[in-house]
Design a binder for this molecule. Sequence first.
Ligand SMILES: NC(=O)c1ccc[n+]([C@@H]2O[C@H](COP(=O)([O-])OP(=O)(O)OC[C@H]3O[C@@H](n4cnc5c(N)ncnc54)[C@H](O)[C@@H]3O)[C@@H](O)[C@H]2O)c1
Ligand SMILES: CCCCC[C@H](O)/C=C/[C@H]1C=CC(=O)[C@@H]1CCCCCCC(=O)O
Length: 256
Amino acid sequence: MSLAGKVALVTGAAQGLGKAFSEALLKRGAKVCVTDVKISQGEATVADFQRQYGSDKAMFIKCDVASADEFERTFKVLLDNFGHLDIVVNNAGILKEHDPIRTISVNLGGVMTGTNLAIKALSKEHGGRGGLIINIASVAGLTAQAYFGPAYTGTKFGVVGFTRCWAFNPHIEKMGLRFAVLCPSFTKTDILNSMDALYIDDAHKLVAQLGINPVSTVVDGFMELVDNEQCNGAVVTVTSKEGIVYHKQPLAPSKM
Ligand SMILES: NC(=O)c1ccc[n+]([C@@H]2O[C@H](COP(=O)([O-])OP(=O)(O)OC[C@H]3O[C@@H](n4cnc5c(N)ncnc54)[C@H](O)[C@@H]3O)[C@@H](O)[C@H]2O)c1
Ligand SMILES: CCCCC[C@H](O)/C=C/[C@H]1C=CC(=O)[C@@H]1CCCCCCC(=O)O
């Protein structure tokens, strides 16, 4: 997919995977709006991007994805600055098993709000140019792996179901939209140092046993979804054992 002249919004992009996805898009010529709750880190990330890729190529907007008002304002400011939008990456996520309601609000509520706003901004039916919405789930969104992340796992199953449901909408074609879900397994980001899981020692043992993806492999899986313009509703896992793998839904959706 040619990314020159394209504009992307990435949530939770001050650090970690969101920052790496943003940089991959910038390298291919897109402009990127980095959003996050962490203001100083987000601004530092964007200052670095502007130095490397040009001052007009990146901007930062503070946005808590759990706040529908802040999220709506973010889309408005982005469109006022960049003029249009082509790609939305709902990446922000937390693993805070001791706060399941916040986990739902960020991991699932944030993805739903971001997707709904993206549909409005991108859809050809609403004056947009069409485009791509990539939602970041986890392998924990396809297979319940262990007992230490039940709330996290529930939200990530939700992200997969929510995104597939939109992708199978028969009206999508006239909207010019494409949806995809990326499901990484453990990946070397800060989140692994700050995991608030149940049975935390077991969680760390599982990480040691299963191995850790380098961020670069997850970025490859992400760019696979960006570039595979034939796929709508694709769900891709990235694991240290099997690399990048496409997953079909167990049962096909009903035809109307
Ligand atoms: N690292 C992994 O092992 C792994 C594996 C599978 C899936 N994921 C998913 O990848 C995504 C990115 O995670 P990461 O590993 O880069 O973690 P990270 O903690 O390094 O980055 C997450 C970013 O999201 C931001 N964020 C948190 N709450 C937010 C909110 N309410 N609004 C906006 N931004 C918010 C944080 O400030 C941070 O910058 C998450 O959805 C996570 O669930 C990560
Ligand atoms: C922002 C939060 C980041 C969290 C990173 C990641 O999403 C963690 C997932 C674990 C959490 C609960 C589980 O069951 C998950 C265990 C999944 C382990 C499966 C690995 C399978 C494999 O790699 O073969």
